[in-house]
Design a protein around this ligand. Sequence first.
Ligand code: FA5
Length: 337
Amino acid sequence: LQNEALDSISKTQDLKKLQEIKVSFLGKKGSLTSVLRGMGKLSKEERPIVGEVANRVRSSITAAIEQKNEELEAKAIEKQLEDEAIDVTLPGRPVQVGGKHVLTKLIEEIEDLFIGMGFEVQEGPEVETDFFNFEALNLPPNHPARDMQDTFYITNELLLRTHTSPVQARTMREYKGKKPVKMICPGKVYRRDNDDATHSHQFTQIEGLYIDRNVRMSDLKGVLNNFAKKIFGQDREIRLRPSFFPFTEPSVEMDISCKICGGKGCSVCKKSGWIEILGAGMVHPKVLEMAGYDSKEFSGFAFGMGPDRIAMLKYGIDDIRQFYVNDTRFLKQYHNA
Ligand code: FA5
């Protein structure tokens, strides 16, 4: 029995099998256990002899199992260590480091510039009511100027805002027609425009609104000029053209000289040498009155610019769609811009 046990113990290479062997010899129904159980049937003289032998066999089997157990456990640990070994000399896997989107960076730069001129930063909803997007801005239903901004309607009353101007109307109402307003509002806007090099159906705008006593057109010009020189550099030229918006009177559009062709004309500026970046004007008295401001006491200017176009001009990017297709090869170029 002992030889049989020791033999199978020495042959096993597996902890589970070792346990099975232990049970088959020393367990309740094990072969040695039944020898010990059978001792009652032996004579008085035989009992101590058999007992002594059986105990010796048991301790030698137990010792062998213990030793084997230790051996196998050590091996198992060794194997695990080997399997999980880390080769610290291997080169690391490259980790892609993200960065801010070029438009986010530009918007933050413009925000800082206007904060420096005393403007506060506001936000407004992208899903807007017809009232704030149009009516409160002197664009009643059926007004032909609504055609200037092709709109994504959600319901008859709800739409995706076509510009950031509704935030003007919201802010004026928040200030209850009493206090001066000096704010900008950056955000996403949506239009049913066909996408091309300079048009996207989703783009960004930054609205500006300054209402106080005695605000004049010359204040608007000063602020826009300061903005243009700081963002584009002293060497870029700007021009103001008369324009029309129902919510400003008079209205202007500001163009900046094209960087790509240096003003000679190219596909980006449609051969004109200029590219339009913002609309502006003096807040229409009707818009002031509707929001509760006395237009005899208060006046103001407003502007709405397109950071997408501004980024294109500042960095010489020739297609607006680049901002929205998430090509990291493109975006990475501006992480440190
Ligand atoms: C407006 O949206 C007026 N709310 C701006 C305004 C505000 C005027 C306050 C007066 C007072 P306009 O539709 O021209 O105006 O758009 C303003 C700017 O958004 C444009 O100058 C242009 O830079 C940008 N823009 C317009 N449409 C697109 C488009 N599809 N893709 C990218 N940029 C656009």
